[in-house]
Design a protein around this ligand. Structure first.
Ligand SMILES: C[S@@+](CC[C@H](N)C(=O)[O-])C[C@H]1O[C@@H](n2cnc3c(N)ncnc32)[C@H](O)[C@@H]1O
Length: 688
């Protein structure tokens, strides 16, 4: 027996070293020496699994279980062998037997959960993963699976609760914060405690979370605070509040960490908050209210940051305008309080200040960085951006002019992709594994971002693909300078920016593995001419990612455009402000009222992009199909679809698991016209 034990110790060591053949040889020698044993069969089975021979593994584990029928680990291993043979039902039975024999065996519960999930038994799977978490609270894969199970079962609120628990129990795993943010995107909290507010504040700072994605959920958590809710309820009457009520409101808001963070990061997309902040700003300016309160300056500075970020989209009356112009006209140095008031109405970099800001810098450093230093840097950077082509097309000239005045989108903090991957992996993820993408050469992925705007998309692309080398072009130098400043500030070195018109890129000698063109082609005079110009720049087998407006999803915007025409609004900042107030006062069933539900409604450039654009085309799925046919491109899937839309597609078209039939998508959109309100965002492949 000693000889057998020694041989099995050596076999186990060989198995752990990854040498399946040697482990098997030693086990056979042990059996020959001293007869059959459960240990020998267990090692033989594990070696067979290692050698990817699931058939032999099954036989060995069954032999083990004949020798020791109560071995939980034996059933667990048998389940793994059966799973590898795609006999999921039998595998689940075997894992279940393991959990019955050893109720506190986390692995057995985990594998049972995985098998149940594969069988679509979501309730059972949820119980199994829950059991793992009860036994090992920081079991990351169990949390991940449980969240996915809840998503697959169409239970987003439960998925969100599971993600929240995962954040609490696995504090070293930042990925859960990202998953939480993704799930929170469609969520409004009606209750919030400090823990939830803390999670949301951290999510806003997560490198792979776009603050705007989690912004609405975070704002709902702020509004769930009863003292904030009370202010929002009477936001329409701030004008009549006594001064001490205004000061009290400023104190409360100035002491709310999550709100301050939001104010300095993204436009607040909520009419009630807008009313409250517009009213408080007016009271601060007209009545000098709040100057001497402890949090007054903090709140007013955050409000000024918000106004800069939303590009002064809040309504402004004649008397406010007169007052602010008088303050500006007075060229004497201003104390920090007065400077902040001005900054809440006009960007400081536009003011002709003939005195240094250094006195205010210590208390208002962030505001001066935002409103003075960064715009100055952009101005300096403009000249360093090369022009790759001229811009002659009449529509391109008009579009450039719009984005020179109103670069879009404005953003404060970049988000980077959570991990890099190959083009092939991106295509497979998009097409449910049906299509493959280009194998990149020398580990380098050449990417063109055509119409990169202010750089959010180019930064994401530069951090998404293995060895990405990005050329990002746009018509607008203001947008490019904004993008370049942000890219440098965040130490990203693999993006080259240049001014160019997509229509004139034909002479470019470079060829790309990936071309991304999001929210751009529908702003060309002839979208297909632009698309046609991009196709030769894509390598055979390359991936092109396109985003286009949907006619069906933009019914609200079309109604708003009709209103703009009818009431004669221009696209000046002042008219955009007036128009927005008109929209906010429409009855909720007015066809144009829905545009206030879009984040774009809440800043000047974005609102101009949303409904005041100089050129806009809208697409339908048949129109996209016709374009793909003409251009010889193959559809490989939609991306960034809302979870609800994907779940609905799965229910309606169970025989299209790759979600690749455009005809099915056409039907889905006919039934759910707002399915593509985030545009048609899809990938196409150029055939090899
Ligand atoms: C709505 S923005 C989208 C920006 C960016 N793709 C994003 O998703 O963040 C549209 C951008 O396309 C650019 N654009 C429009 N027509 C273009 C053309 N013919 N050539 C290059 N850029 C163009 C505009 O200047 C603008 O910055």
């Amino acid at each position: 027996m000693t000889q057998q034990r020694n041989l099995l110790v050596e076999a186990q060591a060989a198995l752990q070293a990854g040498n399946a053949g040697e482990a098997q040889r030693l086990c056979r020698a042990a059996i020959a020496a001293d007869g059959d044993s459960g240990d020998a069969r267990a090692i033989l089975g594990a070696s067979a699994l290692l050698a990817r021979d699931a058939v032999s593994a099954e036989a060995e584990f069954r032999a083990e279980l004949r020798l020791r029928p109560h071995a939980a680990q034996g059933y667990l291993n048998l389940g793994r062998a059966l799973g590898a043979l795609s006999r999921t039902g039998e595998a689940a039975d075997s894992f279940l037997r393991a959990t019955q024999l050893s109720p506190n065996h986390p692995e057995a519960h985990f594998f049972l959960g995985v098998a149940q999930r594969k069988q679509g038994r979501t309730d059972g799977a949820a119980i199994s993963f829950d059991r793992v978490i009860a036994l090992v609270p920081h079991a990351v894969p169990a949390h991940q699976n449980l969240i996915e199970v809840m998503r697959e079962a169409g239970r987003p609120a439960d998925a969100l609760a599971c993600a929240r628990r995962a954040i609490q129990l696995c504090p070293a795993e930042p990925e859960f914060l990202r998953v939480f943010s993704e799930l929170a995107a469609d969520f409004q909290f009606s209750q919030a405690d400090d823990d939830l507010r803390g999670i949301l504040a951290r999510a806003l700072g997560h490198p792979s979370v776009q603050p705007v994605v989690v912004g609405a959920a975070a704002l709902s958590a702020v509004a769930a605070d009863p003292s904030v809710a009370a202010l929002l309820a009477k936001a329409g009457t701030v004008e009549t509040w006594p001064a001490d009520a205004v000061e009290d409101a400023m104190e409360r808001l100035g002491g709310n960490g999550l709100l301050l963070r939001l104010l300095g990061m993204i436009p607040l997309c909520d009419p009630a908050f807008e009313r409250l902040l517009t009213g408080l700003r007016r009271r601060i300016l007209m009545g000098d209210v709040g100057r001497d309160t402890p949090s007054g300056l903090t709140f007013a500075a955050a409000l000024a940051a918000q106004c800069f970020i939303n590009e002064y989209v809040f309504a402004e009356t004649e008397d406010e305008n007169g007052r602010i112009e008088a303050l500006i006209a007075d060229h004497r140095p201003k104390d920090p309080w007065t400077l902040v008031i001005v900054a809440a109405y006009r960007p400081l970099h536009r003011l002709d200040l003939d005195w240094p800001l250094s006195a205010a810098a210590s208390s208002l450093g962030d505001l001066i960085r935002l409103q003075v230093d960064e715009p100055a840097q952009e101005l300096n950077l403009r000249d360093s951006i090369p022009a790759l082509t001229g811009v002659h097309d009449t529509v391109s000239v008009a579009v450039r002019s719009q984005y020179e005045t109103n670069p879009y989108p404005r953003w404060v903090r970049p988000s980077v992709a959570p991990s890099r991957g190959s083009v092939d992996a991106a295509v497979k993820a998009m097409s449910g594994g049906v299509h493959s993408g280009q194998a990149t050469t020398n580990g380098r992925t050449e990417v063109l971002v055509a119409g990169c705007g202010t750089g959010q998309q180019s930064i994401w692309a530069a951090t998404s693909y293995d060895g990405a080398a990005v050329l990002a072009i746009d018509l607008s130098l203001s947008s490019l300078a904004y993008a370049l400043r942000q890219t440098r500030a965040h130490g990203i070195e693999n993006i080259e920016y240049a001014q160019a018109d997509i229509l004139n890129l034909g002479d470019l000698a470079r060829r790309f593995d990936v071309i991304e063109c999001g929210g751009v082609l529908h702003h060309l005079g002839d979208p297909l001419a632009g698309w046609r110009a991009l196709v030769p720049l894509l390598k055979p087998g390359g991936l092109m990612k396109i985003a286009l407006y949907s006619e069906a999803a933009r019914a609200g915007e079309v109604a708003a455009q009709a209103l703009i025409k009818q009431r004669g609004y221009s696209s000046s900042a002042q008219d955009i402000r007036r128009f927005r107030q008109d929209i906010l006062s429409l009855p909720t069933d007015h066809p144009a009222a829905s545009i206030a539900n879009a984040t774009d409604f809440y800043s000047t450039s974005a609102c101009r992009d949303q409904v005041f654009h100089v050129q806009e085309h809208r697409f339908s799925i048949p129109r996209i199909q016709a374009a793909l046919k003409e251009l010889g491109l193959t559809f490989c899937g939609f991306y960034f679809l809302e979870a609800g839309v994907m779940a609905e597609f799965g229910r309606r078209f169970p025989n299209d698991p790759g979600m690749l039939s455009l005809e099915n998508w056409r039907q889905l959109e006919a039934e759910h016209p707002s399915a593509f309100r985030q545009m048609y965002q899809f990938g196409v492949l150029k055939p090899l």
